[in-house]
Design a protein around this ligand. Sequence first.
Ligand code: HEM
Length: 431
Amino acid sequence: MTELSAPLPAPVLPTPAARPGGRLPGWLQRHMDLGFRILRNTLPILVLPFRIRGRRWACVTRAEDVEAVLRRPDVFDVPYAAKIAVVMEGGNIFLGMPDTEEARRDKANMRLTAPSAEARARIGPETARLAAEVVRQAAPRRRLDLAMELSQAVTTRLYAAYFGLGDAPEREIADQARALFGYMFGNPLDDLAQRAAAEPVAAALRRRIGAAVAARKRTPGVGEGAGEDVLGRCLRLQAEGRPGFTDLEIRNNLIGLVVGALPQAPMLIPQLFDLLLDRPRELAAAQAAARADDDAALARIVFEAARFRPLTPGLFRLCREDYRLAAGHWRGRTIRAGTIVLAATRSAMMDGRRVPAPREFRTDRLDPLGLHFGLGQHECFGIHMNQAMLPQICKPVLRLPGLRRAPGEEGRLRLDDAFGIFPMNLTVAFD
Ligand code: HEM
């Protein structure tokens, strides 16, 4: 299958999940893609001439420049360490580190505990099983909420078991992860009230995961191979004396995985259905792929749909030294040390210089994953898991006969009040 439809019109409704810092003004939401398009063609590297909260800010919108920023972690550092310190009581994990030996070691260490090959062999089939179960339970009601009832429940069950936190109360850990994700990534101005709200939640999650580590260590056989989950493998590597696996480091890395993994599939999937339910041709193609068990075709549709509803306008970086971006080109600008840079991945994925026919919904592009999962040093640790799981959550829903929005408000995407980025409900009906 190649092109599925005519060019998508610019979204008329706001795309609320694309809020970098909670509540952007409505007009900015509505016109974000247009704004990015104008910037790409006029001021592709926009350096604001004034400060916000005492900081310089810049926005980079062309794909080439966005990639250049993300591929230079030595110049454009991640800005997360201070917030991670709040969540982890002064600690840090590889997400918050510059390009150092320690960061490389820690990411490689965690990869040993969640090997890429396991995504296809374990995460995909387990997601399919969990999602099918939820859909089966909803069948007599002929209604299903795609946010909490399906995506949040499946994602939480899947990762609580895979990470080794199987007995954590599902609702509580999902709520904690969402609150901390909102604090970390939905709050770029580091609002003090948000920090105060995050602190007790972080303390509770630290206690829960610290207790899980301690309890597992008391389990006989740990260190000799017991526990084929991330925590069990961490403890095995600790027993082997591998650096980077103290109890505290294990706890902090597990907190990072929980906060990264639990909220995002439930953010993305209702958004995808919100788009597909208004696009009969793309919906029919997705349904055909699901019914034919064509996972590759389904994945391409899912990730292409995500290009029109990305979770974020971009990724923030902190410029460490004066740096000439796009040097030698008319658009080149010097970004001063201390500037916060938004590498606008949403804009890059719509840049016709890189993405052929960017406003068309197509599934024949060479790089179907785009920049949804970042690039370079900080590329998403869960990228392989995402590729395996996201289509599998969608699949049993797409197979339902007569799939449509539930009538009234329930059939419309509703977001959380605190951050305005988390879908709370989107109910579908079926025959
Ligand atoms: C829809 C699902 C997901 C999306 C859209 C997503 C997106 C991203 C993005 C864009 C980044 C890069 C951040 C940056 O460069 O500033 C990232 C990093 C990260 N993600 Fe994900 N993610 C998802 C799921 C997951 C899952 C399932 C896990 C854990 C199993 C995870 C763990 C992480 C970690 C630990 C990092 C930091 C990587 C590093 O700094 O090297 N994410 N994610």
